[in-house]
Design a protein around this ligand. Structure first.
Ligand SMILES: [Zn+2]
Length: 386
């Protein structure tokens, strides 16, 4: 096993926290708009280094104080991913020299929620407002959807979402980090799934010590999570991710993205704050032609019978789905939900390309099942049936 010694460094002059080690490039967290958070343990450092350690089977050694809750939780999560994807993630070990019992940390009776401006976090934020829940702060991480150096686009996102954030959250926090780029550089994501996103987020959340709960909007409804498993942010392993004072709570995993979009569209929510685009050059505005924009545009058309003016290109032609790869399970889910909704309104004739999309989707769904069966021998299938 590779010995990995990590060190957490606090630089008050530069308003920066970093994690250095004997193996990997420096992971930085910067706070351009607020003072450095104060914390008594370095749980964030363990969470931040974990995907790198899992990828390479490291034995992590840390001298800075960490909480018992985080120590236990990091080991549990590492074992889960090792068990789920043993070809990709390896077993890790941790030697922590200063473990602090968790009842010694002060809590602030508040919650901290990840907010990106996409449909999922916008829906969950709007629901908090509707439910009159007031003790929530937000954290937006710069360095994931927006590249570390792309400050002007991130500033535009902050401006676009300001009204919503100010009306829902007590305080809006921002952290700028290169963590996502370091994970990519070391190829910490398996090719068929996306894992590192949740570690980038929970490491960033854990810098803000004291919260009772750390909230993240679910990407998919629970049954849909089963379909795309194993995927980084999921209701099963998220709930086991802990730091000194709180754990990660997945919000709204009982609704699909279509249902979230419908709720926003039908409850007088100002859709102008939505940033759904997958094209880095266009963000935070919505290009209207990338796959993510097309999915959202078609959902909105199915729900409202028109496309609201939140895309640079607002058109949706008969072959709008030709660029959408329906072997991708996420795309299958959206197409399935959208077609079901159109059918429920009996609006098949007015929805562009309905019949062709339905045929293409059902072929892709059947192929998915056939491909699964290919993993078994004829003998195994016959044995399972009889
Ligand atoms: Zn786009």
């Amino acid at each position: 096993m590779n010995h990995l010694v990590i060190k957490s460094n606090i630089n008050h002059a530069e308003n920066e926290i970093s994690i250095t080690s004997n193996k990997y490039d420096e992971i930085k967290f910067l706070f351009p708009y607020e003072p450095l958070p104060s914390f008594s343990c370095h749980d964030y450092a363990l969470w931040a280094i974990l995907p790198l350690a899992m990828k390479n089977g490291d034995h992590i050694e840390i001298h800075e104080p960490i909480s018992k809750r985080a120590y236990d939780s990091v080991k549990k999560i590492a074992n889960i991913w090792y068990f789920w994807i043993p070809n990709f993630y390896k077993k890790i070990n941790i030697t922590a020299h200063n473990i602090i019992e968790s009842n010694s940390f002060e809590k602030n009776n508040k919650n901290l929620m990840c907010f990106s401006g996409g449909i999922d976090s916008t829906y969950s934020a709007f629901k908090l407002q509707q439910d009159n829940i007031k003790n929530v702060d937000s954290l937006t991480v710069h360095g994931m959807d927006y590249k570390f150096k792309d400050t002007s686009k991130f500033d535009q996102l902050m401006e676009k979402t300001k009204k919503l954030r100010n009306s829902v959250f007590t305080n809006s926090h921002f952290v700028k980090t290169n963590i996502y780029a370091i994970y990519s550089q070391h190829k910490c994501n398996p090719s068929f799934t996306h894992v590192t996103h949740i570690f980038s987020l929970f490491a960033s959340l854990s810098i803000f010590e004291g919260y009772e709960q750390y909230l993240i909007a679910s990407d998919d409804r629970l049954d849909q999570q089963f379909l795309i498993h194993p995927y980084g942010s999921n209701s099963a392993s998220n709930r086991l991710m802990k730091n000194s004072t709180g754990n990660l709570v997945t919000l709204d995993d009982d609704v699909t993205r279509l249902e979230k979009t419908k709720y926003l569209a039908e409850n007088e929510f100002d859709l102008n704050s939505l940033s759904v685009c997958g094209n880095a050059k266009a963000r935070p505005y919505n290009c209207g032609i990338c796959v993510k924009c097309l999915r959202t545009k078609s959902m909105l058309l199915a729900i409202l019978d028109y496309v609201p003016n939140i895309f640079v290109d607002n058109e949706l032609g008969n072959d709008w789905f030709s660029k959408i790869d329906l072997t991708d399970l996420n795309n299958q889910m959206y197409a399935f939900d959208t077609l079901l909704h159109v059918e429920s309104k009996n609006a098949q004739d007015s929805f562009p390309g309905f019949d062709n999309l339905r045929k293409k989707l059902y072929t892709a769904m059947l192929n998915r099942e056939t491909n699964k069966l290919k993993n078994y021998t004829k003998f195994q299938i016959v044995k399972a049936i009889f």
